[in-house]
Design a protein. Structure first.
Length: 279
């Protein structure tokens, strides 16, 4: 009976926490179907708080039918940048992590220490020299400025190093004796065992790029090349805040992330567990 009561209390507490966590998202979606006047009209606990009184699609029409702010184009831009950065980042970061985890070369520990020390440097510190570098390359207002600086992610390399370190070196040495090169070993032996970790890193990278705001705001001034988070912020000004548009745009922008996580959450949890990353 004690165990049953404990399980019941634990499940009740978990359900309560889940409801508290999910309610802001539910309120955001429901409020995107409200008129501007109604969004903050009902603040007390009542049926009107949970469902709109007057349902409307005007907020969605406003964000998709405004020719001066092509929201569909913003979503495509963000999707392009996120997919390319995720794909190239997985390749580059996985190769780097494998080299640090399993290969022997001079000053490896020193290089790894210097490399990982960059994790403690705030991004705002390197943003100005990074911007100047993009300017010298002539990449301002281009997709290259959004993609190239984001490919290498030190945290992603550190995460994969934890996973690759657990791969038995005896297997790699046996493959070397059989005549396989390191590239073949990496592709045929290491990568198939690293699928959960790679999916986890891919999800985290995609999410970071989908939510990216500061860097695109700095390097992109051309409206048609802007990304979704900067576009959402443009719905507010010193004189007016279009809450209906913001809530509708935020609801739409959340869909791709939710779909990805729903389909890949099993691998995400497994990858976090196997790589030894806590948090």
């Amino acid at each position: 009976m004690k165990n049953t009561a404990f399980v019941f209390l634990r499940l009740t507490a978990m359900a309560a926490i889940a409801l508290v966590s999910v309610f802001p998202i539910y309120w955001m979606v429901m409020s995107s179907f409200r008129t501007h006047e109604e969004i903050f009209k009902y603040a007390t606990l009542s049926p009107e708080l949970f469902l709109p009184v007057k349902w409307t699609l005007q907020n969605y029409r406003d964000i998709f039918l405004d020719p001066s702010k092509p929201f569909g184009r913003y979503m495509l831009n963000t999707l392009l940048v996120a997919v390319v950065v995720t794909t190239l980042g997985l390749i580059v970061n996985a190769l780097s992590a494998f080299a640090f985890a399993k290969l022997r070369f001079p000053f490896k520990k020193l290089l790894l220490t210097i490399f990982l020390s960059s994790l403690v440097i705030p991004y705002e510190v390197i943003m100005v020299p990074q911007y100047l570098l993009m300017r010298d390359f002539g990449w301002i207002n281009s997709y290259a400025a959004l993609i190239v600086p984001q490919i290498v992610w030190v945290f992603g390399i550190f995460m994969l190093i934890q996973f690759f370190s657990d791969v038995p070196r005896d297997i790699l040495e046996a493959a070397r004796i059989d005549g396989s090169g390191w590239t073949r070993i990496f592709v045929k032996i290491v990568l198939p065992t690293a699928v959960p970790a790679l999916i986890t890193l891919g999800l985290m990278t995609f999410l970071n790029q989908w939510d990216s705001f500061l860097w695109p705001l700095v390097v992109i001034n051309e409206e048609k090349k802007q990304v979704i988070q900067v576009a959402i912020s443009s719905f507010q000004s010193l004189r007016n805040i279009s809450w209906g548009k913001i809530l509708a745009a935020t609801s739409i922008s959340s869909v791709p992330i939710l779909i990805l996580f729903l389909f890949l959450q099993k691998y995400y949890v497994q990858g976090i567990t196997m790589s030894g990353v806590k948090g």
